[in-house]
Structures are given as C-alpha cells and as structure tokens.
Design a protein around this ligand. Sequence first.
Ligand SMILES: Nc1nc2c(ncn2[C@@H]2O[C@H](COP(=O)(O)OP(=O)(O)O)[C@@H](O)[C@H]2O)c(=O)[nH]1
Ligand SMILES: [Mg+2]
Length: 476
Amino acid sequence: MEQFADMIREYYSDPLGPLAKQFMFRRPPTVGELQRPPQVLLLGNHSSGKSTFVNYLLGIEVQKTGVAPTDDNFTIITYGPHETDRDGPSVVSNPDLPYEGLRHFGDQLVSHIRLKLQPAELLRSVTLIDSPGMIDEAKEENGRGFDFPGVVRWFAERADLVMVFFDPDKPGTTGETLQVFKESLNGIDHKLLIVLNKMDQCQNLHDFARAYGALCWNLGKVIPRKDLPMIYNTFVPLEGKQKSDLPMEDFEKARGDLIDALHRAPTRRMDNQITQMQSFAERLRLHAFVIDEAARRYRRSRMRSYAILAFLLPTLAAGALVTGLFAALPVLAVIAVVAVTLLEFVFLPRKRKRTIAQFDEIFEGLHDRELLVRDRAEDLRAMWEEVRPRAHEVAEKRGLQSFAKMSRLDRDVLNELIEDCIPKLRSQLYDALRDVSIDASSLSEVLLGVEDEPTVEELPPVLVAPAGWRLLRWGK
Ligand SMILES: Nc1nc2c(ncn2[C@@H]2O[C@H](COP(=O)(O)OP(=O)(O)O)[C@@H](O)[C@H]2O)c(=O)[nH]1
Ligand SMILES: [Mg+2]
C-alpha cells in the first residue's frame, strides 16, 4: 500500500501538479489529504439512528442520541489514546489535520465542527464522521448559516464510504435530502451505501413494504440509474425497544454486511484515490487541451495580423519613396501606430473573446482528432460540461495570450498516464489485493482444504472498477 501511495504522490507531483498550475486547473490534493486516514461519512435524516449506530460500532456512548434534532454538528470521531474533544476553530487551523479546507465555508460552519478522539479499536483503521440530520421540509437557503450541500460534498469527496440513513418514519427523499443527493452526492454513487434503519420499528410485513417501497420510489427520483442501489435494511438492537413480528435475522445479517463494508474502507481508500486521480487527470486533460488549442488559434491569428501589417506598411512606405511622395511618410507612421493600437486594444481582445466562445467547438474537434477514445463520447461530453465553467473563467480572467504552449512531450505524457499508467496501477492494486486475500484465507484453506483461488467476480464489490475504467481498458 505504501508503494501505491508513493506512485500516486509521484504522478501528482509530475506531471499532474505542474500542468494543473500551468493551466490554472484545480489544485491537486496535498500530501496531507492523500495521507489522511480512511473515512466513513454518515448522512441521513435527523433521528434516523446515525449517532446510535456510531455508538454501537464503537461500543462507547460517544454521541448524544435522541428523537429531537438536537445535534447539528459535523463530528469527526477518530483514534486517540485518551478521550479528548476539540472544537471547530482548533480543528480547521491545525495543519496536521486534513480539515483546513473547511475554513472556506465560514465561521458558522466552523462553529459546527467537533473532533472527538476515542480509544476505540475500530478507529485505528477508520475515522467516522457523524453529520447533522437532514431536515425533511425544504428549508430556505442558508437556514443553517452555511452552505450545507457544499460541506456535505466536501466531506463526501474525501470519504471512502458514505452511508446514507433513512428510517421508516421518513423514507422520503424530499427537501434537504433531495438537495444533498442532487448537489452533493452526484458522481460519487460508487461510494454510497443506502441504509434503511430502525427496521425493528416495523410491526409487520405491511409496515416494512410501505417503508421500503416509499424509499425506493423516492430514491428513483434522485439517483439517475436504471437499477436500484442495494439497500441495507437493518436496525441497532436497543434495550427495552418494542419487538416486531418480523423475523430479524435478515436485518441482523445486513448489519453485519454494513460493518464488513466499513472494515474494508482502508482498502477502498487506495482504490478511491486511484479513481480520484484518474478523474483529476482526465478533467485536467480536457481543460488543458481545449485552452491550449484555443491559445494556439489566438496566437496564429495574432501572428497573421502582424504579418499583414509588417508586409503592408513597408510596401506602402517603399511606394511613397519611389514615387517621391515624402509627405505621406509621417501619415504612414501615424497609420502604423493607430493600426497597432487598434489591433492590440480592439481586434485582438475581440478575437480572444470569440475564441473562448468557441470552446465547445474546440472540444468537439479534439474529440474527432487524437485525444478521445470514441466509445467514451458521452462520458467525455459530461466531463466537459463539468470542466467548462472553470476553463472559461481562467481563460477570460488571464487571457489566452498568457498560457505557455503545451509541448508535444507533455501531451504524450498526460495521454499515457490516463490511458496506460493509471489503469495499470489499478490492476496492480487488484492483483496485490488478491494476493492479500489469499494470504488472509490461507489458514482456512489449510483447515478446510479449500484450494480454489478467488476469481475476480468473487472479490468483494470494492474491487470492481468503475465503468469508465473498464471502457477505457476493454473498449478499444
Ligand atoms: N427502534 C429503534 N430505535 C432506534 C434505532 N436507532 C436509533 N433509534 C432511536 O432513534 C432516536 C434517534 O437516534 P439518533 O441516533 O440520535 O439519530 P440521529 O439523529 O440520526 O443521530 C433515538 O431515540 C434512538 O434511541 C433502531 O435501530 N431502532
Ligand atoms: Mg445524531
């Protein structure tokens, strides 16, 4: 795992980091962000049982629980030899912690951040993040005083697993939940685990079917997929709670599966970091290639304009000298100054604007030429939609003239990284994980005489690459 982490860091430091800087793309993740511990984010309606689940996992009453929506903090629960609590300002201003980025969301948010250190074994391998319950009524914007979907997105992007809790009382994805699914969780559905919790509250099959059906119905509206994601129907056993008529074994098994998934978060992390790097590299490539091509076009037309001036003015001057019209020379000098001024301050800025407006067309052109694998057209178009606003912004603010030309070598290196190196890194990771899982099961092999090697299909779902990668690898 150390080696994989090193490779990832290396690719970011060269070529991704310098190219991102050259084209003013997003900042690549810092070393601190890459080294952060595996994280699991818990989201959900208030009183859907997130905090109770955290306490159950840790076997300690770390979080307050209750029916009223009292806890409106993001609580980061991580390992420490002694129980300690820290408040928001000290968390976001500590450069050793990977949470400095939260400062941008403002003081209101910072006052809603807590860090709890606990000596629980599980926390040695994962950090849990409990979140304020989402409120089902659509709330006015800024009802919380900070950008809630933005903060959720920030945490979700950095989490290796995101568990979204629902309960039979509120299986509806309306209001804030809807907003969070649309704005914060889009594009990261590979990390999502949907939990329908408090199943012990369902008295009978009818209650269960209603809750499950309502949840599916509502999820269908916010998850743009044909197939429904897996839903973990479960509950946390609590003292003195009313017993349901339903058989509880399946719900208990789902809880076990959920906990297993949580334990696998550390291996998921490396996989996620590779995915994150690939997504960074692909977006950077679109951003840089489009801006570079636009800058080339602009430079060409600037050269052409000056070439025309450089030809026209001396020719006219020579003509004036030959015909003895010396009085025309000062006029020509004035014309030259006016022409250059007009070119620099009127025509070329206009040309820059026009070239920036042609970004979409340039993108399509790239598409037809060297860069883009054909059968990923739709993927790439969606990616371009995402990248375009920033490309426009930096091109407008900085001006196309200021982007240094991208060398052939840089292009090749970036292409190779995306088409070759990153997919290879991922398959090496899978090979390594397969070896690890063989090691871990070798004892049972000996005891039970099981000799079959696990095939790729049998490996846990975390090992299945996202669709984009498979297309890239097999689609050619
Ligand atoms: N019956 C039942 N009650 C639960 C379960 N999980 C949590 N609760 C109760 O639901 C209430 C809200 O739980 P809490 O963990 O505070 O929810 P949170 O707002 O999502 O953190 C508390 O009174 C818990 O005792 C469960 O699995 N079954
Ligand atoms: Mg809570």
